[in-house]
Design a protein around this ligand. Structure first.
Ligand code: NAD
Length: 244
């Protein structure tokens, strides 16, 4: 039995996690915290904390997990580089899974994107388009950022230099060494991501569309069950799914 605490429990993902956890016999929710609640008062009941809250809450949650020797699954996105560096440093003390997307389909998209970028080569222009519901707070999505990191890695580009966030005005002709990102917001879209590889005469598009948050919640719960058996270190969903 894996005992979990959910942080961000009143949010959209928190609610999906509570509903999905109730359907898994080997998982027991021993606590649920949201803004204003005291995680330190209940953390000792848990084996693992699952965080789907807000970027500025994750470091405090992860530090508390390190202090109490608890594993942590981090689904929250939108961390600054400074926040991320401090969170990641805790891997020396506890097992952590950090993933911008916990769905099996998106992790397959990550794998396919790396393959396609390698096969198609530098003649193909790279653009990423993502769409999410109107209430999403960070942009571009964490998943889109992971896709961009994969593309930059394959092309051996510095992402900060290559990235073009939308385009406006007289931007000039597209160069070979740029990667475009376009974040669309509207309605109740759970999460759509398309990677476009465009050349003269042909175009390849890889698309994933999530229609339910249960796909992320079940992935995070699977990660939690896997993580409690691991030693201290930083893992991602590719490790959990055995895709490495
Ligand atoms: P949401 O706004 O619906 O819910 C977030 C919840 O966190 C809210 O209830 C809020 O009150 C709570 N919260 C804020 N600060 C807190 C704190 N200090 N302590 C505890 N709780 C706090 O957002 P959501 O759509 O549920 O998404 C939550 C996060 O998960 C976002 O960062 C989102 O991008 C990310 N997300 C990740 C994945 C993935 O697969 N990795 C999938 C979906 C969403």
């Amino acid at each position: 039995m894996t005992c979990i605490i959910i942080a961000g429990s009143r949010g959209r993902m928190g609610q999906a996690l509570l509903a999905c956890a109730a359907r898994i016999p080997d998982v027991k929710v021993v606590g649920a915290v949201d803004q204003g609640d005291d995680l330190s008062a209940i953390i000792d009941k848990a084996d693992v904390v699952i965080d789907f809250s807000f970027h500025n809450a994750t470091l405090g949650i992860a530090e508390l997990c390190a202090k109490h020797g608890k594993a942590v699954v981090i689904g929250t996105t939108g961390h600054s580089a400074e926040e991320k560096a401090k969170i990641i440093a805790l891997q020396a003390q506890i097992p952590m899974v950090m993933a911008t997307n916990f769905s099996t389909g998106v992790n397959t998209l990550f794998w396919l994107t790396r393959k396609a970028a390698g096969i198609l080569g530098p003649a193909f222009d790279l653009e990423v388009v993502e769409m999410h519901h109107r209430l999403k707070k960070d942009a571009p999505s964490g998943t889109a950022t992971t896709l961009l990191e994969i593309l930059a890695d394959v092309r051996k580009l510095q992402l900060a230099e290559a990235l073009r966030h939308g385009r406006e005005g007289i931007v000039g002709e597209r160069t070979q060494n740029e990667i475009g990102i376009h974040a669309i917001r509207g309605g109740d879209v759970v999460g759509d991501h398309t990677v476009i590889f465009a050349n003269n005469g042909e175009r390849v598009e890889l698309t994933h569309k999530a229609s339910s948050r249960d796909t992320f919640a079940n992935g995070a719960l699977r990660a939690a069950q896997w993580l409690v058996k691991q030693k201290a270190g930083l893992y991602d969903m590719q490790d959990v799914l055995g895709l490495k």
